[in-house]
Design a protein around this ligand. Structure first.
Ligand code: SER
Length: 647
């Protein structure tokens, strides 16, 4: 089967079981506690929580969902490229029941699809069910256990071997720290040539045996205080790794021959991207894999095979890792940007930037020194555009965004790599002593080094950590964080300095009435002077808007003791409004306090500011419509005669 046929076969199967086929939701999640959509169930959270009613009759759906797991609770980024079955971006095939069928049907249909329709050999399958460890929620999932046991038994297989149990880490699924969750059952496939490992490799993070399908029985809501509340209804949420299933079906010639390489990358999903990388780089992918840790011994056997070819050629290994990383990351970047997530310096945008920089740096292993990554967008759009038209629709934007990012990072990357190597020579010095600036210990790159690489050369910390790991080093993350904090502090102080240096401890709150009034009676509480001899009146009440969020402060006048004083600006300090008086450079009023005053805004000026404030909302709306729901405008200036913004 081609990958397109596999996807279709999954959806057709569940259509036959009365499921409505729904579109994937965006990678930009609605849930505020998620960086990216990380599971098919994300879009159904309000239904699970009983906040929304399902509109399908019967209430069952199936789909293929775009997911990114590169930050937050589910984060596979570190494994990507080093193995053949973890990705930043992947498709999750899933079926859902909203208060409709439950464990029996979910398990029986999983078996029917995998064993009866697709013909996975049953003796290679292992099901895991939830059995809580000490202090873990809920109870042993006997119901799921018994359904699996019956199916294996009917296939003449011993359930004591094929049905395993595990605790919360493996068999209790949560989307994040909070939200709908429940016990789950996973289906694992033994990919060794003989397929007789008797469960020894299940949950061992071994490429010879991995999970293809997770069946979650949503029963609880995880609360912020780490307690679990039972939901009003019970639901089914399943997720199948589309690339993994494709790898198995294609890598075994439709499940008939398990002697060859089984790798997500050696499928028609990734092959076109590899072809393009080969064309651009002139290098060849050779299916080698680095040995990561020691694979567990199999019962009664010598070491089995791996899903890639062991090699003694470290250069080819590096090339092959680079192929996998680049091919994986271009999909993450393309799909995320198509959904309006833009590389930036914060939040999910920074995760995306980190993924991109990781790919560009791996490009050096293929001797790419000019922007190359953006050139792979075409093949992603070509191969995925039929299923996800948004990648094709946004092809040019994706390409441009990646090209710009690549160009920017290329400016500092080579120099950064050189600086990194310089630091490493310090670490590697046999004396190990006095290893600054490179290290704090003999095998650790110092926080200073990581910080310089970050601050001057744009190396995200995880990239430095990765490069360090390649040399058998660690990074002093705490030292790095300390320097980051110091930098933030300096930033805060610099900002303060340009603000007002009046008495810090003046903390009488001012009642702001400026939304409803343009003038008001008030009592003068005091007048403060700063070191530049500017003077600021503080009143109990004020209609003056204080400078905030890019909007300038109000101007106007104060009638005080028979005099009219011009107020030339308004600032806020804590909850206190400071009205800067337009008076000569002499502290004239600092003895004042308790006098009655009447305050009045410069109304035409305020109205002009308000109009520009409205423009910020219009722009914000337009940015969301045209650029992305994730776009934010920053550094805006809202004044009486001009509005300026930097998206
Ligand atoms: N939510 C579960 C998972 O992501 C099953 O879909 O694994």
């Amino acid at each position: 089967m081609t990958s397109a046929q596999i996807r279709q076969s999954f959806l057709d199967f569940f259509r036959e079981k009365q499921h409505s086929i729904v579109p994937s939701s965006s990678l930009l999640p609605d849930a505020p506690n998620l960086l990216f959509t990380n599971a098919g169930m994300n879009q159904f959270v309000p239904i699970f929580l009983g906040q929304q009613k399902p509109t399908w009759n019967p209430p069952r759906v199936a789909d293929t969902q775009k997911c990114i797991r590169a930050g937050g609770k589910h984060n596979d980024l570190e494994d990507v490229g080093l193995d053949t079955y973890h990705h930043t971006f992947f498709e999750m095939l899933g079926n859902w029941s909203f208060g409709d069928y439950f464990k029996k049907e979910a398990i029986e249909w999983a078996w029917e699809l995998v064993v009866e329709r697709w013909k996975f050999p049953a003796q290679r399958l292992y099901a895991t069910v939830y059995k809580p460890g000490p202090a873990e929620p809920s109870e042993f999932d006997r119901e799921a256990h018994d359904h699996w046991a019956r199916l294996f038994q009917d296939a003449d297989l011993d359930p004591r071997i094929h049905v395993l149990t595990a605790g919360k880490a493996d068999n209790f699924w949560m989307m994040g720290d909070t939200g709908p969750c429940g016990p789950c059952s996973e289906l694992h496939v033994d990919l060794t040539p003989d397929g007789d490992t008797r469960g020894a490799l299940v949950n061992k993070n071994d490429p010879r045996c991995f999970e293809i399908w997770n069946l979650v029985f949503i029963q609880f809501n995880a609360n912020a205080d780490a307690t679990f509340t039972a939901l009003p209804q019970r639901h089914v949420d399943t997720g199948m790794g589309f690339e993994r299933v494709t790898a198995i079906i294609q890598g075994t010639k439709n499940l008939t021959d398990f002697s060859g390489t089984i790798s997500n990358y050696e499928t028609d999903i990734f092959r076109p991207i590899f072809d393009e990388i080969e064309k651009l780089s002139g290098k060849k992918y050779a299916s080698t894999l680095p040995i990561v840790g020691q694979a567990p011994r199999l019962p009664g056997k010598e070491q089995g095979t791996r899903s890639g070819r062991p090699t003694t050629d470290p250069d080819q290994e590096k090339i092959d890792i680079a192929f996998r990383v680049i091919a994986d990351h271009i999909r993450a970047l393309s799909f995320a940007i198509a959904d309006g997530i833009i590389p930036s310096n914060e939040g999910r945008g920074y995760v995306l930037r980190r993924i991109l920089r990781r790919a560009v740096r791996y490009g050096r292993a293929l001797e790419f020194h000019e922007p190359f990554f953006f050139k792979l967008v075409d093949v992603v759009a070509k191969t995925m555009g039929d299923v996800f038209p948004e990648v094709r629709a946004k092809q040019k934007t994706i390409q441009e965004t990646i090209r710009r990012e690549e160009e920017a990072f290329n400016k500092t990357l080579d120099k950064g790599i050189e600086v990194f190597s310089h630091y490493v020579t310090f670490v590697s010095e046999p004396t190990g002593q006095g290893a600054e600036p490179g290290s704090v210990g003999s095998r650790q790159l110092s926080g200073t080094a990581a910080f310089t690489l970050y601050d001057t050369y744009g190396f995200p910390l995880d990239l430095t950590e990765l490069m360090a790991r390649e040399r058998g080093l660690t990074v002093d993350v705490a030292g790095f964080e300390k320097l980051m904090e110091e930098q933030r502090d300096r930033g805060r102080k610099a900002q303060k300095k340009s603000a007002i240096a009046v008495l810090d401890q003046y903390d009488t709150p001012t009642k702001f009435v400026g939304y409803d009034h343009v003038e008001s009676a008030a009592t003068l509480l005091g007048v403060l002077a700063d070191s530049s001899r500017r003077q600021f009146a503080v009143f109990d009440i004020s209609p003056f808007y204080a400078e905030m969020g890019g909007q300038v402060g109000d101007q106007g006048q104060a009638r005080l003791e028979g005099r009219t004083l011009r107020i030339k600006n308004t600032f806020k300090r804590g909850n206190t409004f400071l009205h800067e008086l337009d008076v000569p450079d002499v502290p004239t009023f600092t003895d004042f306090g308790g006098e009655a005053a009447s305050l009045k805004l410069d109304i035409p000026r305020r109205r002009a500011i308000e109009r520009h404030h409205t423009v910020t909302h219009l722009l914000h709306w337009a940015l969301h419509e045209v650029v992305s729901r994730d776009a934010v405008q920053k550094g805006s200036y809202v004044g009486p005669s001009i509005f300026r913004a930097r998206p």
